[in-house]
Structure formats: C-alpha cells, structure tokens
Ligand binder design. Structure first.
Ligand code: AMP
Ligand code: MG
Length: 416
C-alpha cells in the first residue's frame, strides 16, 4: 500500500492542474456576484461636474466672512438651480443661487450654505417660491459643501481590477461610468453524478433497503455556493451499463468539472472504478484525512474529475477541503478559506490522520469555544446541519486537550 497522501500536497497538486475559465460578456445586472475578467477604466470624471452636497445657497465664500446669527449677511437671490439643470451665467459677488443637492455649482460660486443656516424655510418643499434675498447665519470655508468633479474617480483611472468580485457597490460604480455590459469569467458547469442500487430520489418511495440520494443535492448546493452552475443527473444503478451511460451523458453536457460520489471506498462495488478507468486518467488517492480518506482524482476526456467518498459527511468535508478551492480557481475567484481560532471545550480525539471535526462555535468570555456536535460518524449528515465549522486536528495528534487552541474552517457565517 502506498503511504497516505498529505492533504496539503493533494491540494497543491489539484490547484496546479486547474485552469481558470475564459471570459464572457454579460449585461450589467447579470454581472452581480460574478468575477470581473477585465480591468475597468473610467472614461469620465465622477462626479462629472462640481455639484452641491446640500440643499441651500451657492455663494462666493468671501461674501459670508462677516455673517453670524446675530449679524446676518443679506444677499440677493439671483439664480435657482435644480438637480439636472445646467446653469448658465456667472454668479456675481453679493448674490446667491438657490441650489439643490446634486445640482451643478454655477461658475463664480465657491461654497454652499445649507438652507438651515439661512433665514429661508423650505418646509414647503422644492416648490417654495424663490425669495428675493436670503440672510446667511454663518461664514463658510472655501469649497464648503461642494463635491468636486473627479473627487470620486478621475478619467482614465482603473477603478476595478480583473479578478475582483462584483458586488452591489461594483455594479453601481460600473453603472456610474455608463457601461451596459461587462466581461466576466464564465461560470463553471459542474455535473454531479450519483450511483448506487440503494439510492432513490426525493420523489420516490423509501422501500426497505433504500436511502435517498442526499449527496446529489448537497453537492449541487455547494457547487452553486462556490459560483458554479450545478447540473444533477439521474442516479445510476450499480451496473456497468448504467454507470457508463451516466458518464457518457455527463460528458455530452461539456462540463467544466465532474463530481461523482461513492464507489471509491474499499469494498465498494468496483464498477464505478472500472468506468472511471475506461473513460479517464484517474488516480485513486488515499489521503491522510478523516473523514474522506479514499478519493479518485484526475480527468475524464480532459474534464477535471473528483470521485468523492459516498458517506454524506465525507462528501461534504472533501468538497470543503479539496473541491471548493479547485472550483474557486476554475471560476477565477480568490481561494480563501475562512478560518478562525477557537478553544476546545472538551477533549477531542483523532486516529492520527488530519481530522476535520464538526463543531459549533459560541462566544464565551471573549473566547470562541468549539464544541463537538455530538455524533461524528461520517454517515451522519445531521452533524453538518448542526456544525458551524470544521475543527482541524493536525496529523499525528491523537488528543486535543480541553482548553487548547484549534484552527476552525468556517462553514457558515456565525456571530463571532
Ligand atoms: P459506496 O462508496 O458506494 O460504498 O458508498 C459509501 C456510503 O455512502 C454508503 O453508505 C452509501 O449508501 C452512501 N452513499 C453513496 N452515495 C450516496 C448518495 N448519493 N447520497 C447519500 N448517500 C450515499
Ligand atoms: Mg455504492
């Protein structure tokens, strides 16, 4: 028997093999949650013109120098500038322009006094009659309440780099520079394969000896969460013909990644292995991890392939540790796993393989406490429902004592 393969070595081999997909063009609303495939350079200044940060009066700031509440300065109101209008003409010394938030600053003006600091009252709204004059209750600094053209971004500036995630702010910014379409990395098509005579789908009767295919559903959800487009195929029977047909159908979809579960454990019907060997270049790895020791990895007609162990927890844990980073690389996303440090609430045991133990996390007296979720059987999917994270027990460490510190891979957002 070959020695067990180290988890980190397995992962670096996998990451070395994965290629990031090509770009495609999508409309801006569809770009949300995608990965940018181009640098975005602004063709304009933003804001495009000097504008008011307040509802108030634009003035020459020097005209306010002597103004105070007890001794206001009175200016003639010479202009009225609404948002969306383009003022023409110059604001003269001794005059004020009524101006709305976002409206362009007229030339000559060098500050905006908020309406609250004047004797005007806009409680009647924007349609209040334009007063003949306005009293200023305070002095202003040069440029006060003016948002300068280009203060947000300048023409020619690179505002986002290829490879960044497009969140709501990025969508808004790209809209702001007037781009209706954007280049993003294509989303990986992930085909998910289940096989086994014991498996039935969720619509089917649970007759004696049968269980439901849960891996197909968890994997589809995990693939979607990781930015892929999952395609779950019908369950194959434990026969060569059925498994061959399943793999052929999978390949006909032109997937970017194939994930199968079951058929890689010792003692599993060897049929899946036979088909994997027939169609692809597959290594059968024994990884030094628990759960998830047996794993098939390689390519099938050029498509990256993972044959994950069939036990539902092993399926999920091997996905988290090995497939999620691989899928991130294919999708052009940053490969960051969210880890925190936590203190073990109780003694935890391992068999000397690197162990990923399901734990809950709670904040107690400034410390983050990791507590095992109870049953740790690799068949007990409920332990994943309960778990906030996977506590990592290093290789060759057979006991982690209560009170010692552990690395925990987060499985969900928790209130830390
Ligand atoms: P095998 O590798 O076929 O021996 O399967 C290992 C274990 O995983 C068995 O208990 C299977 O019933 C279970 N299993 C395999 N595939 C699935 C699946 N798609 N959903 C849920 N459990 C599965
Ligand atoms: Mg099976």
């Amino acid at each position: 028997m070959n020695p067990l393969l180290n988890v980190d070595d397995a992962l670096s081999k996998i990451l070395g093999d994965m290629l990031t997909l090509e770009a495609e063009t999508v409309s801006l609303p569809d770009a949300h949650d995608r990965v940018l495939a181009e640098d975005i350079v602004s063709p304009i200044d933003l804001p495009p013109f000097d504008n008011s940060a307040m509802d108030g009066y634009a003035i020459r700031y020097g005209d306010s120098a002597a103004a105070s509440r007890s001794n206001p300065t009175r200016l003639a109101v010479a202009m009225d500038i609404m948002a969306g209008s383009a003022p023409d003409g110059q604001l003269e010394a001794g005059a004020a322009a009524r101006i709305m938030t976002g409206a362009p600053i007229p030339s000559g003006a060098s500050a905006v006094i908020p309406v609250e600091d004047t004797d005007d009252d806009w409680s009647k709204g924007e349609n209040s009659p334009l007063p003949a004059s306005v009293s200023l209750y305070r002095s202003l600094r040069k440029g006060e309440n003016i948002r300068r053209a280009g203060e947000n971004i300048k023409v020619g500036e690179t505002i986002m780099k290829a490879g960044s995630d497009i969140g709501p702010a990025e969508v808004g910014m790209i809209a702001g520079i007037g781009r209706p379409r954007v280049e993003v990395i294509r989303q990986p098509k992930v085909v998910i394969l289940s096989s086994g005579d014991e498996l039935v789908d969720i619509y089917d009767e649970l007759s004696p000896g049968k269980i439901r295919d849960t891996n197909g559903y968890t994997l589809a959800a995990l693939a979607r969460q990781a930015g892929g487009v999952p395609i779950r195929l019908p369950i194959a029977k434990d026969s060569l013909d059925s498994i061959r047909a399943l793999y052929r159908r999978a390949l006909s979809i032109s997937p970017d990644l194939l994930i199968s579960t079951a058929g890689v454990s010792v003692g599993a019907a060897d049929l899946v292995r036979v088909v994997m060997d027939e169609l692809g270049e597959i290594d059968f790895w024994r990884i030094n991890m628990r759960p998830g020791k047996p794993l098939a990895y390689g390519t099938i007609q050029g498509v990256p392939f993972f044959g994950l162990p069939g036990n539902p927890v092993s399926t999920m844990v091997t996905f988290e540790v090995l497939v999620r980073p691989a899928l991130a690389k294919i999708a052009g996303r940053s490969i960051s796993q969210r880890r925190v440090k936590a203190t073990a609430a109780d003694d935890m045991r391992s068999d000397g393989r690197r162990t990923y133990a399901r734990v809950t996390l709670t904040r107690e007296d400034e410390r983050l406490i990791a507590r095992a979720t109870g049953i740790q059987s690799s068949g007990a999917l409920m332990s994943m429902v309960l778990a906030d994270g996977l506590a990592i027990i290093a290789e060759d460490q057979e006991v982690v004592r209560a009170g010692s510190e552990l690395d925990v891979l987060l499985l969900r957002t928790v209130n830390l």
